[in-house]
Design a protein around this ligand. Structure first.
Ligand code: AMP
Length: 532
């Protein structure tokens, strides 16, 4: 029988309708309420013309209503596309225009954003607004087709689904090197394969209280949602504002009596630096998981020394292979700060393969390009066969779809212990505070401002919370009074905050290598020296 994500949650709702499913501040939503609300929304969407495969965006802060909306969209046989509420409108416009949604379901403090998005007549014609926040919603460029109150007029009964498990559940847009975000299509089966492995491996159970930390446009959040709600456990949404207050994050874990914490390492690093975790703190916590970037060994030691009762697991994987493809549970606290923590072994149904440039396996111990094959692999990028073809390949000499491989862009080696070790990137993709950023996207945005003769974006490692600093080298336009403040302000209107360069350097001309290309290693050196 084909399994769909929403069915995993419905099964729990049937068994425990009165159990709390989601907690956010003082608000609690039970499994029964989640089920009924999402059924009503699905009936409404279908009556409004939504059909199998239609895209529905949502622009809602991370709340129980947002998760209810996600399930409602799936139950209407549609594909959900999260929109980052903190992103500037021009970037969201690119995503909306790429996925041409039938609806944008919105809620929270997003009216002026919706007004900007709906200023375009063509967009207004193709896409209706649904309002899931409090009260009514109307801007100067839109009027909501439905409000939350209207849901009450729809049936809360279960629906018949038209989707198959290999159909798309969501599209997640990540940074694109040419300046246009790339939409990674993820199927129900992709997510369910990972959830099956993870729930079994971690032993998730109804008594669990699990954090929801990553934002909903980040694929890690799908583990929080479906891992928790398919197990009958409680999902505790971490309020975004706590990210700036490590003391409060620690209090949140303590007071919510979380049994599982999952986040990008920079949050854990931040908390370690602020020294907010006491010895034997968080007595309810059973496991602490991270994914998305390297968790440096010194803060890991700090955490493991403070919490000897907790299991620590490194998860590794790109969005294109769904949440995570490999894992490594650290058996004991590393003895040395220089010990490298492996990304480990493949999760069930996945394979990690290290190949050379001719796609032949490299000998054990040697560095190569890391490829992933198996059940997590996305069908490809949304309506982009060229990018899909460049990143998703067929292993030479094979024709079986199971031998389709995804080129991660990561460098790796297999150690003598048989475990895979991550050795950095082969391209200019970086991670800052866990966010995946293509430096090319920032450079394209900067060039489009027409305020510099020449510019280049490089990243350097730092000891700070971000782990890296995004640096901008530029040659000002002769006739203009170009300053970093002006460039930053102009960029902030088109890029999210986490993509804005932190360091700036003005040049008469950018250094070039023998081929006449911008000498990026030299620029990195200049910024590194400038910081010392
Ligand atoms: P994303 O698609 O945002 O999940 O980013 C995927 C990329 O993040 C990978 O290709 C790696 O470069 C990096 N990454 C993910 N998990 C880890 C990890 N556990 N250790 C090191 N890098 C990681």
């Amino acid at each position: 029988m084909s399994r769909l994500l929403q069915q995993l949650v419905s099964r729990q709702a049937e068994q425990r309708p009165d159990q709390t499913a989601i907690v956010y501040h003082q608000e609690k939503m039970t499994y029964g309420e989640l089920e009924e609300g999402s059924n009503r929304l699905a009936h409404l969407l279908k009556e409004a013309g939504c059909a199998k495969g239609d895209r529905v965006c949502f622009l809602i802060p991370k709340t129980p209503a947002a998760i209810m909306t996600i399930l409602g969209i799936l139950k209407a046989d549609c594909v959900y596309v999260p929109l980052d509420t903190s992103s500037p409108a021009p970037r969201l416009e690119k995503i909306i225009d790429a996925c041409t949604p039938r609806f944008i379901i919105a809620g929270g403090q997003v009216i002026s954003m919706l007004d900007q998005l709906m200023a375009d007549e063509a967009r207004r014609k193709g896409t209706a607004i649904g309002w899931i926040g409090d009260g009514d919603a109307q801007g100067s460029n839109f009027k909501a087709r439905f409000t939350r109150e209207d849901l009450n007029g729809y049936s809360s009964a279960q629906l018949d689904y038209r989707n198959d498990t290999t159909d798309a559940a969501h599209i997640l847009f990540t940074s694109g090197s040419t300046g246009v975000p790339k939409g990674v299509v993820i199927t129900h089966a992709n997510v369910i394969s990972f959830i099956d492995w993870a729930v079994g491996y971690f032993g998730t159970k109804p008594a669990d209280k699990i954090s929801a930390h990553p934002p909903l446009h980040f694929d890690l959040s799908t583990f929080d949602i479906y891992g928790t709600l398919s197990s009958g456990a409680q999902l505790h949404i971490v309020p975004t504002e706590l990210n700036l207050a490590p003391q409060k994050l620690a209090a949140f874990i303590r007071e919510s009596e979380l049994t599982q914490w999952f986040s990008v390492p920079s949050v854990l690093n931040f908390m370690a630096k602020a020294d907010v975790v006491k010895l034997n703190d968080f007595p309810s916590l059973e496991r602490l998981l991270w994914c998305g970037e390297v968790f440096p060994t010194p803060p890991l030691i700090h955490w493991m020394q403070r919490l000897p009762h907790v299991k620590f697991t490194n998860l590794y994987g790109p969005t294109e292979a769904t949440i995570a493809s490999s894992y490594y549970s650290v058996p004991q606290c590393p003895a040395d700060e220089h010990d490298q923590i492996p990304i480990g072994t493949a999760c069930d149904g996945e394979e990690l393969i290290v190949l050379d440039e001719t796609l032949k396996p490299v000998p054990q111990g040697e560095i190569g390009d890391l490829f992933i094959s198996g059940v997590g692999l996305s069908p490809g990028y949304w309506q982009d066969p060229e990018k899909t073809g460049a990143a998703f390949l067929q292993l030479p000499g094979t024709s079986d779809p199971a031998d389709r491989i995804y080129k991660t862009g990561d460098l790796a080696r297999v150690g003598e212990d048989g475990l895979v070790y991550y050795l950095g990137r082969a391209d200019s993709q970086i991670k800052s505070r866990g966010y995946r950023i293509e430096l090319g996207e920032i450079e394209t945005a900067l060039n489009a401002l027409n305020q510099t003769e020449e510019c280049a974006i490089v990243a350097i490692n730092t000891a700070g919370f971000e782990g890296v600093a995004i640096c901008c080298a530029y040659v000002p336009l002769k006739e203009e009074d170009t300053t970093p403040a002006k460039l930053r302000s102009a960029l902030s209107k088109v890029l999210p905050n986490y993509m804005l360069p932190a360091r700036w350097m003005s040049f008469e001309r950018l250094p070039k290598n023998a081929n006449g290309k911008i000498d990026r290693p030299k620029l990195r050196e200049e910024f590194q020296n400038d910081g010392n």
